[in-house]
Design a protein around this ligand. Structure first.
Ligand code: FAD
Ligand code: NAD
Length: 471
């Protein structure tokens, strides 16, 4: 065997967490290697997550809008047809452009990219089973685990990614199923449910809890989202649990019952999407070889410097604590390299935005009303509906509202929640406000261009400490 190479930093996983850390380390002049087994860089997000899902959300929205929302705009269209194969191709083009872009950035920043599966052979020794065959050992002064997450399976329902699918199957179906049952009304369920509903599937979402949107969504916003999505044709069964399924016949039969017990019912579906959350992925890493353990949720345990109990081995992204979001992974990736190189680094977990890319979009940052109430802080709320916003009116896109929650005594913003057009872009302003410790009056006294959707944001702020002008 050839002698093992030594690197300043060896990164396991080329997802957002791993690739961003690799680029940052390259920029800092470190000798860095990133090991990825998938064959392409970008991880879940670029290959089977954020990017392909947003491509399909965007194009399915256009299709749906052309079918149902042109007449009032003075556009008469003829025969509208779905070309699903081309829609998938367009998604694949976005994905491959971006994953190749990351490879280019590796070269530009002097990052070594090793294709293969990594595991711990010793505390500083990483063994790689190379994709092209053979193996090699790399020694890391520092090692970063960024192995991400995988879909949580539903016991008793075997995933084949054709009829019983996770999000990975849901971005690649080759025909529009007549009916789809989605288990789990979180972000994946509602985004992918929206895609297939717009393309013609009869979609039913079964959710265990009494509200949709997954953890973090404000209850009032969640209710509004459910009402709008219902109007778009998605059916909801809340407070309902799935008992099991049978996929032997033509249709999949799912047995469900009220979460608190009681009436049972069977739902028929051509496709079942399992979207009940994701879990950290550390299988095959050989953690036992170095004595590292995971907690009850499968997460690698770290301190505020992202260190495991072996201080040269650190962890960022979906396989450790915090929300499973690409931009959270990205912040951690920069911070962890700063810790290694400079001895300091910081992520403000209180100001990480969340966006659900349905139409309208839902976006939030900071605490929701339930959380503020539970904290015991005295608070006030300002809201502004898009139906009173001039730009939303010109765009015939007026559903939703902005909701701002602030400390009643200091006026400091505690949380911002938006359901409405472009909410995902608008929340950047809210995140910045939170980072700067802004008050609602700071925003209310800042000029916002007219006519823009962002004026609804300003007016919700005004409504928190005084009155909105246009409502
Ligand atoms: P991952 O992206 O999972 O990357 C880990 C990588 O490590 C993988 O490529 C894996 O192959 C590799 N790996 C694992 N083990 C080994 C090993 N032993 N050796 C070598 N390589 C290994 N987040 C958002 O912020 N916005 C969105 O719009 C959004 N949409 C999403 C849509 C879907 C359908 C899904 C599933 C997720 C979405 N997410 C979104 C979440 C986002 O994808 C994750 O938070 C993000 O990918 C986490 O990055 P990561 O690098 O920690 O993990
Ligand atoms: P999630 O945690 O957002 O939602 C899962 C939902 O399933 C919850 O509402 C939960 O109550 C429900 N559930 C759990 N077990 C159930 C059961 N047995 N029966 C019925 N319902 C059940 O998880 P997800 O939607 O699978 O998404 C996984 C991760 O991916 C999330 O962390 C999410 O942040 C991330 N993601 C983000 C985006 C985005 O940022 N736009 C998009 C997709 C995915």
């Amino acid at each position: 065997a050839t002698e093992a190479e030594e690197k300043d930093l060896v990164i396991i996983g080329g997802g957002v967490a791993g690739y961003v850390a690799a680029i940052k380390a390259g920029q800092e002049g470190m000798k860095v290697t990133c090991i990825e087994k998938r064959g392409t860089l970008g991880g879940t997000c670029l290959n089977v997550g954020c990017i392909p899902s947003k491509a399909l959300l965007n194009n399915s929205h256009l299709y749906h809008q052309i079918l149902h929302d042109t007449k009032a705009r003075g556009i008469d269209v003829g025969d509208v047809k779905l070309n699903l194969a081309q829609m998938m191709k367009s998604k694949d083009t976005a994905v491959s452009g971006l994953t190749k872009g990351v490879e280019f950035l590796f070269k530009k920043n002097g990052v070594e990219y090793v294709k293969g599966t990594a595991s711990f052979a010793g505390e500083h020794e990483i063994k790689v089973n190379l994709t092209e065959g053979g193996e090699k050992t790399i020694i890391g002064k520092n090692i970063l685990i960024a192995t991400g997450s995988e879909a949580t399976p539903f016991p008793g329902l075997e995933i084949d990614e054709k009829r019983i699918i996770t999000s990975t199957g849901a971005i690649a179906l080759d025909k529009v199923p007549e009916s789809m049952v989605v288990i789990g009304g979180g972000i994946i369920g509602l985004e992918m449910g929206s895609v297939w509903s717009r393309l013609g599937s009869k979609v039913t979402v079964v959710e265990f809890l009494g509200q949709i949107g997954g953890p973090g969504m404000d209850a009032e916003i969640s209710k509004a989202a459910q009402k709008i999505l219902k109007k778009q044709g998605i059916d909801f069964k809340l407070n309902t649990k799935v008992l099991g399924g049978d996929a032997t016949g033509d249709k999949i039969k799912l047995e469900v019952e009220a979460a608190k017990g009681g009436k049972k019912e069977t739902l028929d579906a051509d496709v079942v999407l399992v979207a009940i959350g994701r879990r950290p992925y550390t299988a095959g890493l050989g953690l036992e070889n170095v004595g590292l353990e995971t907690d009850e949720k499968g997460r690698l345990v770290i301190d505020h410097e992202f260190r495991t109990k072996l201080p040269h081995i650190r962890v960022v992204g979906d396989c450790t604590f915090g929300p499973m979001l690409a931009h959270k992974a990205e912040e951690e990736a920069v911070a962890v390299v700063e810790w290694i190189k400079k001895g300091y680094g910081h992520v403000n977990y209180g100001a990480i935005p969340s966006v659900m890319y349905t139409h309208p979009e839902v976006a939030w940052v900071g605490q929701n009303e339930q959380e503020v109430k539970a904290s015991g802080v005295e608070y006030k709320i300002g809201t502004f509906p898009f139906s009173a916003n001039s730009r939303a009116k010109t765009n015939l896109d007026t559903e939703g509202f902005v909701k701002m929650i602030a400390d009643a005594k200091t006026d400091r913003i505690l949380g911002i929640h938006i359901i409405g057009p472009n909410a995902g872009e608008m929340i950047a302003e809210g995140t910045l406000a939170l980072e700067y410790g802004a008050s609602t009056e700071d925003i209310g006294r800042t000029s916002h261009a007219h006519p823009t959707l962002a004026e609804a944001f300003k007016e919700a702020a005004m409504a928190t400490y005084g009155k909105a002008i246009h409502f």
